[in-house]
Ligand binder design. Structure first.
Ligand code: BEZ
Length: 223
């Protein structure tokens, strides 16, 4: 089965989670969403990732992004593990993570969404989920997917950075260059003429001279 492609409507599904039965599309409403999967509960890298995700949850909310995690264990395991994650964060201010964790103990979603990592298996030889990230737009379409093996933890600051880029480029006809951060200059997209760029970006467009003589490196302040 081919995997999900950028621009595809992200499949809706119902699943049990730490906040009860969830239907993905209803949970997302008109917001953006980020779904991130984990190989198993009570594993070290996943614990550090979910701890960081919890610490950054206000940043995701500020961007109107609903967070939702998935791991291959039961709701009961997720609830017990959540306490460890909060303790890892030294957070005694609450007793629940600020986002749900989906229980995929039958691996149904992991299979449906192409999340299994064939190289990582549990003690019974069953494949574990990779560290997938899906960013879903308010139109429920897939805007970004990243796939890491179980042995490499993600960088949640980078996920916020790409969400900033996705949200900016969804509104403005710009693209963000290498290592871009909010507030840095952005690039004018190649399919805009110089005249269109001049009228769309009144703060100015700067073009870098290149040996080819082609005028494609066009910068403008972040609109
Ligand atoms: C972890 O989260 O630490 C982990 C899980 C599965 C394989 C390797 C590492």
């Amino acid at each position: 089965m081919p995997g999900l492609l950028l621009g595809d409507v992200f499949p809706d599904f119902e699943a049990d989670s730490t906040v009860g039965r969830i239907s993905l599309h209803a949970f997302l409403g008109n917001s953006w969403g980020i779904l991130f999967s984990h190989p198993r509960d009570y594993t070290p890298v996943c614990t550090t990732e979910l701890g960081r995700a919890a610490k950054l949850s206000a940043e995701f909310s500020k961007r109107d992004v609903k967070m939702i995690a998935l791991s291959l264990d039961s709701v009961e395991d997720h609830l017990g593990w959540s306490k460890d994650i909060l303790a890892y964060n030294n957070d005694s201010s609450c007793n629940a993570l600020p986002f749900p964790i989906i229980a995929d103990n039958k691996r149904e979603l992991a299979v449906k969404l192409g999340m299994l990592d064939p190289d990582e298996r549990d003690k019974d030889g069953m494949p574990l989920t990779a560290r997938c990230v899906f960013v879903i737009g308010p139109d429920k379409r897939l805007k970004l997917s990243i796939l890491y093996p179980a042995t490499t933890g993600r960088n949640f600051d980078e996920l916020l950075r790409v969400i900033d880029s996705l949200q900016l480029t969804a509104q403005k006809r710009v693209a963000t260059p290498v290592d871009w951060k909010p507030g840095d200059n952005v690039m004018v997209v190649p399919n805009l003429s110089d005249d269109e760029a001049a009228s769309l970006f009144p703060s100015g467009v700067t073009t870098k001279d290149l040996p080819s003589g082609k005028k494609y490196l066009r910068y403008t302040p972040q609109p």
